[in-house]
Design a protein around this ligand. Structure first.
Ligand code: P6P
Length: 333
């Protein structure tokens, strides 16, 4: 068996694909690799030490912060701040963006990173897989100035890299820099990620739909029609419903087996629950790079023009044909 590429080797071997191969983006991806290992270590022992459960804090969205949310946020922030790589950091766990000044007094760094440090964290106490989602942009403001909000409020089409870490039965890091999607599995004994899923693509057909049907009564008519379309027993469509309640896990399963993830507007979240900048955009980038699509019901997610750091949108993401089918039902006149 040929020796598998490690993530570190893969990053270096492919850094010449970037327009700006100063090595800065490679160092950034390596920092994310380190943070992923740190969080993985904590998540895997969550049941054994006083690290599960909620803090008595809530984040800006008044969502209770799990202890691991806070720890994961700090792990990614530290990994990115201490290496003089990025000029700005934004997170679901931070009210506003964090400006990072460079040690190099003449020029600031070029990249901003947005993360959902531990997506699905409310599942931790029940030992359900959780994940980290990250999105990377080049700054748009001049290098010799501190970072500004407009450096973060960029359309998804301008992402230079995006990915997720899945803390599941095995820990995987899946990412893209616009040249396909590659998955790396952590060998915990060595602390090394190995290329286990090269060039990931959605299967040609998908038959899994992932949605919280508990909100059915509040869904838009078109989404209700799509669910009934999946459940009707005709056209020989063998659909099945799978919903873990953890975006990274549901997305990852659909990417491998074929399917669609849907989070429509609900009464509690009339604009949708998921965040555009650090959940929908990075997953949309991965989906498109793997031959799929991502829509908010009206347009391509990566074309949505952001106006607010923690903006929410409806999210339909997965096999191209399935996303287009949902869009057609939603936009039926
Ligand atoms: P609900 C987790 O909180 C999350 O952001 C996603 O990971 C997940 O898919 C969704 O929310 C679950 O939300 O309302 O179905 O429990």
């Amino acid at each position: 068996m040929t020796a598998k590429h490690t993530l570190g080797e893969f990053i270096i071997d492919n850094q010449n694909q970037f327009e700006y191969s100063t090595g800065e983006l490679s160092r950034l991806l390596n920092a994310i690799r380190l943070a992923a290992k740190t969080v993985n270590h904590e998540v895997n022992k969550a049941g054994l030490v006083d690290i599960i459960g909620a803090t008595n804090q809530t984040n800006h969205s008044d969502e209770q912060q799990q202890k691991l949310d806070v720890l994961a946020n700090q792990a990614f922030k530290n990994a990115l701040i201490n290496r003089d790589i990025v000029c700005g950091f934004a997170s679901e766990e931070e009210d506003s963006f964090v400006s990072i000044s460079s040690n190099n007094k003449t020029a600031q760094n070029n990249y901003v990173v947005l993360v959902d440090p531990l997506d699905g964290s409310s599942n931790i106490d029940t030992n359900v897989s959780v994940g980290t989602i990250f999105s990377i942009f080049r700054r748009v403001t001049s290098q010799d100035q501190p970072v500004e909000e407009k450096d973060f409020l960029q359309k998804g089409i301008y992402q230079v890299a995006a990915g997720y870490v899945l803390y599941g039965t095995s820990t995987m890091l899946v990412y893209t820099t616009g040249h396909g999607v590659n998955g790396f599995t952590l060998n915990p004994a060595l602390g090394t990620f190995y290329l286990s899923h090269p060039n990931m693509k959605f299967p040609k057909e998908g038959h899994i739909y992932s949605i919280n049907e508990g909100n059915y009564v509040h869904f838009p008519t078109g989404v209700k029609k799509y669910i009934k379309y999946c459940q009707e027993d005709n056209d020989n469509r063998p659909y099945t419903s799978r919903y873990i309640g953890s975006l990274v896990s549901d997305f990852h399963r659909n990417l491998i087996n074929g399917g669609i993830y849907l989070y429509p507007p609900t009464s509690k979240h009339p604009k949708g629950k998921l965040r555009l900048l650090y959940e929908c955009n990075p997953m949309a980038f991965l989906a498109e790079q793997a031959g799929g699509e991502a829509s908010d019901g009206q347009q391509r997610v990566m074309e949505v023009d952001p106006y607010e750091l923690h903006q929410r949108i409806p999210f339909y993401c997965g096999n191209k044909e399935m996303v287009r089918k949902v869009d057609s039902f939603i936009n039926e006149n």
